[in-house]
Structures are given as C-alpha cells and as structure tokens.
Design a protein around this ligand. Structure first.
Ligand code: UDX
Length: 439
C-alpha cells in the first residue's frame, strides 16, 4: 500500500488495523516490520496520501477499492488441520464489509488464499443481502521479503484475476489502472479468478520445489564428494533450468512456501487427487529432512553429544535483510539442539530477543539460551558455530573469523548452513568446517 501511495500521489490510501499499537508504530520512525527501503517510501507518502488508522468502519465506507491483506495461516485444529488455510480473518473482513459498506466496492484478495476463496467472500456478502454492487478480484502479491521494495518497484508481473463479465472486466481494468502508474502494461496480466488464485500457490510451490530438489542432491553430494555449488552452477547454465533459486541451504523458511504447498496439498486431496497431493507433499517432507539432517550432523560431528556444550548460532531470521522468523530453519535446528542438551548462544542482527524465546517456546532467562549482542560474544567458549542466516555481516570479508576461532573451544567446528563462506579459507584458519552439500 505504501508503494501504491508513493507512486499514485492522487490516490488516498488508508491502511487500517484493529491493533492500535501496530497503527501507532506505522506512524512512527520505528515500523513494525524491518524491510530495507520501506521507511523511506512510507515517509515520502505518509500524511500526504498515505494514512494509518484504527477507524476500520470509516475506511470501509469511504473506499472504492478494498484490499483484504490479513493473515491466512495453516489451520492448527479442526478439519484440514496441518494443511488447510485458516480463513477466519478473511471471513471476518468480508462480514465487516458486508455490515458497514453502503456504496459500490471493488474487493481485492491480497492475502494468499486457497482457490475459490473469492466465491466464499461473495457468498458472505450475498448472505447479508447487500444492496450495493461489488466485484471480487484476486491480486496476489509476489514480493519477497528483504527485497520487497525493489520487487514492488519493478515487478516481473502484476496478476489480476476477475470475473469474465462486463462488470468484472471493468473492475479488473480499474485496478490495472492503479498499477499502470508505474508498471508497464505488458507486465500487468489479467486472468479469471481461479487462475489468479491458483497461480500464486503454484509459483510458490515451484520455487520451493527447486530448493528441495537441490537440497536432496546436497545430501548425495556429501556422500559422494561432489560439490553442490559446482553441480548447481553446471545445471543452472542450462537456459531451460536457469541459475536462480538453486542455493542449497539448511532448508527454506518464511511465511509462504510451506503454508502454500500444504494448502495446495489440501486442495488436491479435497478434489480427489491424492497422487498429485503426494507429489507436492514431498517438497515439504524433503525440507523437514534437510533441517533435521543438519542438526543431526552437528551432533554426530561433535563426538555424538552436544549435552552441556555451548553452540554459537549466527542468524535466526528465515533469510537475510528481514526480522521475520516465521518457519525459519533456525527454529527447528535450535529446538533439536536444545533437546540434545546444548547451550545456545544466539546472535541475529535484527531479530529481537523476545521473539527468539517465543519461537523456541522458552521463557526469557532460560538456562539453555543466551541472546548475544555480537558474533564474538556468541562464539566465546563455544564448541561450534552454526551459520543459519545468510546476513552479509557474516561474510568472511565482513566478519573476522580468526577472532571467533581464537575465542572458541578446540577443536572449533563450523557448520555453514547457507554456504556463505569459502570453506577452504575457513579451514586454513583452523576450523573444522562443514557446509551443505560440501565435500
Ligand atoms: C517467497 C516468494 O519468493 C515470493 O514470490 C512470495 O510472494 C512469498 O514467498 P519469501 O518467503 O519472502 O518470498 O523469500 P524467498 O526469497 O523466496 O526465500 C524463501 C526461503 O527459501 C528462505 O528461507 C531462503 O533462504 C530459502 N532459499 C531461497 C534457499 O534456501 N535457496 C534458494 O536458492 C533461495
């Protein structure tokens, strides 16, 4: 919304939330999310044509276009628990709109939703017997965290799905007109509603599948002496495969990949396609395998026990340049190591200490966890260093690994879960170093 406001100074954009603390944060210098470049964009448009408010009803009444941008997490209880999307917040928004609005609206699904959610929104509005006219559009967001501002500035495509009727097409055109303020027309793709909803799930499933594929091969590399970076480079030069999203890692995380694939799996099962469901479930299973394989390798290498040993964890966010930890591989690895009795000394440049405790299901002050202010204090007295997020600050030209080695127990082990470092160089320092898919 900040990007739309920045690019379309004539369009007033109001962001509403029921949580006053969040709205207050959006009005301050200290935004609720860390994203490079976001504060600058917000500041450019804020109080010009970008407003933050808790007046949900007022904003619903005034707007011509309403974006539903709420959480759609995986259901944890009830039918479809563990795979279906929890649509309660989308449903609440639809009910709120039905009750409050009194003029024609275009309602846009921005949240990633299962296919045919637009239908549910429609049924709710019709159930309330609303007197005004509406169109429901699907406009999934493809930005990635950490690069969100660049992705929004110059998107590969903007996708808008709508009903294939005169009124539907007019609504699609109205939204396309907003994006056309800065996105070239040929990159604004219009489809029917269901194609748009399914495209988002499919894009994420394909991206995650590439990571699971390369991670599967990384296990074979470790067994055979092949080097995963060399394999990735060789296959990536095939123009049909391409070089992106082939970085072997301790596993993908983030709020989208796992959730969307499970969602796809649920849809396939629901529509009686168990073979298709099984195929996609494999992508998530391979990711679980990879996270587990990494923590097992740490334990095995440290003479089969980490009980009472200090392990320095560098990075807790699910990727660099974000403070988001949702589904971060670091959470799974740390939990495994805690169960084995390790003491963790965790450093992340952006993730708050309280968040780390919450993610690990422990109270602040837990005897097994220390949150450290910098890599060196994390490494002090540690038996091993586990690199779990690819922050630039952890690159060997930024961080002095000699100093870290000097303050660690010997032999000092290093496990590079992101293949960020030149292991030959790290071994010269004296580390016993392991990477993902590295000989
Ligand atoms: C993803 C999609 O890229 C985006 O289009 C969609 O809108 C939301 O989901 P995001 O989760 O923010 O974006 O980050 P992304 O860059 O895709 O990374 C996801 C995870 O995969 C991270 O944990 C990342 O470290 C991991 N990853 C990515 C790899 O392990 N290897 C790779 O080669 C690429």
């Amino acid at each position: 919304m900040a990007k739309i406001a920045q690019k379309c100074p004539d369009i007033p954009v109001t962001v509403v939330d029921v949580n006053p603390a969040r709205i207050e944060a959006w009005q301050s210098e200290d935004l609720p999310v860390y994203e490079p470049g976001l504060l600058e964009v917000v500041k450019e448009a804020r109080d010009r044509n970008l407003f933050f408010s808790t007046d949900v009803h007022g904003a619903i009444r005034e707007a011509d276009i309403l974006f539903i941008s709420v959480n759609t997490p995986t259901k944890t209880v009830g039918v479809g628990a563990g795979s279906a999307a929890d649509l309660q917040y989308v449903e609440k928004c639809a009910r709120e709109i039905a009750k409050v609005a009194d003029s024609d609206k275009i309602i846009v699904e921005k949240s990633t939703v299962p296919v045919r959610t637009a239908e549910s929104i429609r049924r709710i509005l019709d159930g309330y017997g609303v007197k005004w006219k509406y169109q429901v559009l699907s406009n999934p967001e493809f930005l990635a965290e950490g690069t969100a501002m660049e992705d929004l500035e110059d998107p590969d495509r903007v996708l808008i799905g709508g009903e294939e009727t005169g009124e539907g097409r007019a609504a699609v055109e109205a939204l396309a007109g907003v994006y056309a303020n800065w996105v070239p027309r040929e990159r604004i793709l219009t489809t029917n509603l269901w194609s748009s909803e399914l495209s988002k799930l499919t894009a994420n499933a394909f991206l995650a599948q590439r990571i699971s594929s390369i991670n599967a091969i990384s296990a074979l590399c470790e067994a055979t002496g092949a080097d995963i970076d060399q394999v990735a480079k060789s296959i990536g030069l095939d123009a049909r495969i391409g070089p992106k999203f082939l970085r072997a890692s301790v596993g993908f995380g983030g709020s989208c990949f796992q959730k969307d694939i499970l969602n796809l799996v649920y849809l396939c099962e629901y529509f009686g396609l168990p073979d298709v469901a099984r195929y996609w479930r494999g992508v998530v299973e391979m990711n679980d395998y990879q996270k587990n394989r990494y923590s097992r390798r740490i334990v095995d290498t440290l003479f089969n026990t980490v009980a009472g040993k200090r392990i320095a964890v560098l990075g807790f966010a699910f990727k660099k340049d974000t403070n988001d930890t949702r589904e971060s591989a670091a959470i799974y690895v740390c939990r495994d190591l805690l169960i084995e009795g390790a003491e963790l000394a965790i450093f992340d440049p952006k993730v708050e200490a309280e968040q780390i405790y919450r993610d690990l299901g422990r109270e602040p002050g837990d005897a097994q966890i220390r949150i450290e202010p910098d890599p060196e204090s994390a490494a002090t007295g540690a038996h091993a260093l586990a690199l779990l997020t690819e922050w630039d600050a952890f690159r060997s030209d930024q961080l002095d690994y000699r100093r870290l080695h000097a303050v660690m127990e010997k032999p000092a082990f290093l496990f590079d879960g992101r293949n960020l470092l030149d292991l030959a160089e790290i071994r010269r320092i004296g580390f016993e170093a392991h990477g993902i898919g590295k000989p």
